[in-house]
Design a protein around this ligand. Structure first.
Ligand code: CDP
Length: 208
């Protein structure tokens, strides 16, 4: 069976938690597509001694391996900011397209979370969610996750990244017209996950 769940939304809205839970509940494979951009960005920064060369970043994207996605440094605020810069480069996005498209249509079902899954990677996805939360709630959650930094700094980082992601020419962050909007500002993790799982189950063949 081919069945794709596309989960998009701004930074730290809860996409990853929801995506992992939906995948576990249905036995689907999961891909956190943000890790692809984070991995390219961190390697490009390291190789360029802090400066990203667009052509080299695209080459790194073509050479990514599964091990590159495992580095703990990918979760840092530095990696997040740099990721949104390489993510605006058309050549980098092009290099990562096929892998994501194939992952989305793999046998047995797939959940992908990112910014452009329901719009560019898999417009034909059977279930699409656009997960949001207020800026302040997202900053608070990300601060707790990172365990370092200030609230104001984290909030400013998220807002800068969202603005860049929404304004770029190629694959900007936008909700697909047929996506379910899920605002998690006032929802517990369990409640958000329950809503997402119920929605996806409804869309399964023969689902209730
Ligand atoms: O976890 P968080 O929501 O903070 O970020 P992420 O999903 O790891 O994505 C990091 C950055 O990668 C984003 O700010 C985007 O610039 C970029 N990204 C993208 O452009 N397209 C995707 N499908 C996924 C991430």
């Amino acid at each position: 069976m081919k069945f794709t769940v596309a989960i998009d939304g701004p930074a730290a809205a809860g996409k990853g938690t929801i995506a992992r839970a939906v995948a576990a509940s249905l036995g689907f494979a999961h891909l956190d597509t943000g890790l692809l951009y984070r991995a390219v960005a961190v390697q490009a920064l390291d190789d360029g001694r802090g400066v990203i060369d667009p052509h080299w970043a695209a080459e790194l994207a073509r050479r990514l391996t599964p091990e590159d996605l495992e580095r703990p440094s990918l979760r840092s605020a530095r990696a997040a900011q740099a990721a949104s810069k390489v993510a605006a480069l058309p050549e980098v996005r092009a290099a990562l397209l096929d892998f994501q498209k194939r992952f989305a249509r793999r046998e047995g079902g797939a959940v992908l979370d990112g910014r452009d899954i329901g719009t560019v990677i898999c417009p034909e996805a059977e279930a699409k969610l656009f997960v949001t939360a207020s800026d302040e709630i997202r900053a608070g959650r990300r601060l707790a996750e990172l365990g370092t930094g200030t609230f104001e700094g984290t909030l400013a980082d998220l807002q800068a990244r969202d603005a860049r992601d929404a304004a770029r020419d190629v694959a900007p962050m936008v909700a697909a017209k047929d996506a379910l909007l899920l605002d998690t500002s006032d929802l517990s993790i369990d409640a958000a996950v329950a809503e997402a799982v119920a929605y996806v189950k409804c869309r399964l063949p023969g689902g209730a």
